[in-house]
Design a protein around this ligand. Structure first.
Ligand code: SF4
Ligand code: SF4
Length: 380
């Protein structure tokens, strides 16, 4: 998917997100940067076996009991099932004994078949399905190269996952067409039995430069209102019965744990985002020459992880703008994402995350009910 994907905390030395087939995708969602291939990629360039093996060998050599891979695109299923068979066999070949290997894969689900689902179940992949809501909302933007909606094919893909009891969650991009429809979306997830959901605000792909604050197609106020309305449904009179990542993260903090979503942790997690050709970056939001850490097909992994650029990147998130330092919700938010702040030429954050207003809105709105939730669960 081309809207970036927020990383979770990692348990090993580093977690890996790899763009399996570069930008190639069989859909042409109108908000996606990658959709310029028009849903009909001429040639699929998947990760080269030599680079894959070199990396997995080095990476597994550094793990301490846990290895985490996330496969992204474009559309990663275009790499073909044999590619992923190769992946799991190399992982098994090089993993030290007793290593827990986690594989996640983000897909538009339109190419999912029974065979894929069987494989994902066998190797316990966690599947993220991109779906923007019920048919009339999803099909307005998530379309094929011929402009046909993808909803029916996505739902068929989900049926395959269900049949084989594959764990999956729904990722919904929030844009102009669904930002005012939080309640409708939440009712849709409930009706369809989607128990794990996350939202990602839609970036404006036409204006992305890593030295400027990220631009979005929705306003902070719209997103704040969206979160508040979704919260009302999620809260369910103090008995939430589905997982919405943003609210789960908030609840974790109220229960004295740290959020797992990178934007609301104290520091960015150590992640390697790899392009199909092996070029390595610290985050999906920082894919540019300035942030290139090296290439995993050429450079030793230890050099990449210890690069100066990586250290400088990791220093950005804790360098909070003044207004965040005095914020009453700092423990929930931790200043959001550095990519969404305004930085000056000396690399000082001079203004808060673009979505600060949204966060303040939802934190104020949910505070009392979050406290009640904590009380309720404590007395049980
Ligand atoms: S810059 Fe940090 S907080 Fe923002 S998306 Fe990347 S890892 Fe997450
Ligand atoms: S809510 Fe706003 S002011 Fe508070 S920590 Fe987050 S970005 Fe900073």
């Amino acid at each position: 998917m081309g809207q970036g994907c927020l990383t979770t905390n990692n348990h090993g030395p580093v977690s890996v997100m790899w763009k399996t087939v570069s930008e190639a995708c069989n859909l042409a969602c109108d908000y996606c940067y990658y959709s310029r291939c028009g849903g009909q990629p001429d040639k699929i360039e998947r990760i080269d076996t030599r680079i894959l093996e070199k990396f997995i060998k080095e990476y597994m050599g550094m793990t301490t009991g846990f290895a985490s891979f996330a496969w992204q695109g474009g559309e990663p299923l275009l790499a073909g099932l044999d590619f992923f068979k190769e992946v799991v066999s190399l992982q098994a070949k090089y993993a030290p004994k007793h290593t827990m290997i986690s594989n996640a894969l983000q897909t538009n689900a339109t190419l999912l078949t029974d065979e894929w689902a069987k494989f994902f179940k066998q190797f316990q992949f966690l599947i993220g399905v991109s779906l923007d809501g019920p048919k009339h909302i999803n099909d307005a933007r998530r379309v094929t190269g011929h402009g046909l909606g993808s909803y029916d094919r996505v739902m068929t893909g989900i049926e395959h996952l269900r049949k084989h009891q594959v764990d999956f969650n729904i990722l919904t991009v929030i844009h102009e067409h669904n930002v005012g429809k939080a309640k409708e979306l939440m009712e849709f997830y409930e009706r369809e039995g989607f128990t794990h959901v996350q939202f990602i605000p839609c970036m404006d792909f036409r204006s992305q430069e890593t030295d400027k604050a990220g631009k979005y197609v929705i306003t902070p106020e719209e997103y704040g209102k969206f979160l508040c309305e979704a919260f009302d449904v999620w809260y369910n009179n103090g008995s939430p019965n589905m997982s919405v990542r943003f609210f789960d993260n908030m609840a974790s903090v109220y229960f004295n744990s740290e959020a797992e979503l990178c934007i609301h942790r104290q520091t960015c997690p150590k992640t390697l985002v790899l392009e199909q050709n092996g070029d390595a970056y610290p985050c999906d939001f920082y894919i540019s020459e300035d942030y290139k850490l090296g290439n995993v097909g050429i450079d030793p992994l230890s050099e990449i992880l210890n690069s100066e650029i990586y250290s400088e990147f990791l220093e950005m998130k804790p360098a909070l703008p003044e207004k965040c330092k005095g914020c009453q919700y700092l423990n929930l938010c931790h200043g959001g994402c550095p990519r969404n702040r305004v930085w000056d030429e000396e690399k000082q954050a001079v203004d808060r995350d673009y979505f600060c207003q949204s966060y303040l809105q939802i934190y104020d709105y949910a505070h009392q009910r979050m406290e009640q939730l904590v009380e309720k669960l404590k007395v049980r």
